[in-house]
Design a protein. Structure first.
Length: 273
């Protein structure tokens, strides 16, 4: 057993006993790891309030490669990320990002994934209110890319042919194939047809150096659905992804009642991807 010190972000916590809890950490040097924080629930715990969801700090782990549950010796808090917790929309996007990291990142060093996660959380906290959804969608696409699930957008995901849309023709996108499809490979069904504007926005959302597009509510909802479907398919998760589901549906926003019809619990956007 060795003592390893590494930057880390808290992805999940749950009670382990009357006084302790287990934390799931995204670490820069060890990947995603589980650790028991002994005494963390005691009033005068040495961990204080540091072990909260999305908190960032320096974790000291008593680490053994043959174990799945390690011991957390200390967590020196760097940032509680209160800017995310102050806005439910930002927090929903951030927790969806944490859930994807937790489910898809390996228990092995992937420094780029950790850096992408921290950069995405910072960008989400700094995004203007009208671009919060777009910032979260971009964050998820960028994290998926460094974890090995980058969508193919400028070349056909099946045969590698260049995607060269003409006029206002829509672009075919297949979640199962992993990206855009050329006209020869696009099947007659079971694929998404992206309007040209939606395709351009999708390319921009996958390019970290591009200006973040300003998405209207219906378009933002469509892009949330698309990346959520992509995650579910490539993760192959049979059970629910509660944080992703909550963010995708914007479940914290009550639907606008329609006086001429029975209100629906979930508004259906007019643009479907």
């Amino acid at each position: 057993m060795s003592l390893v010190s590494t930057p880390a972000i808290v992805l999940q916590t749950y009670r382990y006993s009357e006084t302790s809890k287990v934390v799931r950490l995204a670490t820069r040097d060890l990947g995603v790891q589980s650790a028991i924080a002994k005494g963390a629930l005691r009033p005068k715990s040495r961990f204080g309030a540091g072990l909260e969801l999305l908190s960032e700090g320096i974790a000291q782990l008593y680490f053994r490669e043959t174990r799945e549950l390690h011991t957390l010796g200390a967590f020196d808090l760097v940032d509680l990320r209160r800017a995310l917790a102050a806005d439910l929309g930002r927090f929903a996007g951030a927790t969806a990002l944490a859930e994807v990291m937790l489910k898809m990142a390996p228990p092995a060093p992937v420094p780029r994934a950790y850096e992408t996660l921290t950069g995405a959380l910072d960008a989400l906290a700094a995004a203007s209110p009208e671009r919060t959804d777009a910032a979260a969608v971009r964050a998820l696409w960028l994290l998926l890319a460094v974890l090995g699930f980058e969508p193919s957008l400028t070349a056909c995901a099946r045969d590698g042919a260049a995607i060269t849309p003409t006029g206002e023709d829509p672009v075919s996108f297949s979640v199962a194939e992993g990206g855009a499809l050329c006209s020869r490979c696009a099947p007659a069904e079971h694929h998404t047809r992206l309007p040209r504007g939606a395709y351009r926005d999708l390319v921009a959302l996958n390019a970290p150096d591009s200006e973040l597009p300003l998405l209207e509510p219906s378009h933002a909802a469509a892009h949330r659905r698309l990346v959520a479907r992509f995650v579910r398919y490539h993760l192959g998760e049979a059970g629910p992804l509660s944080a992703l589901d909550f963010w995708e549906r914007r479940a914290w926003v009550p639907p606008t009642p329609n006086p001429n019809s029975t209100p629906s619990p979930t508004p259906i956007p007019s643009v479907a991807l």
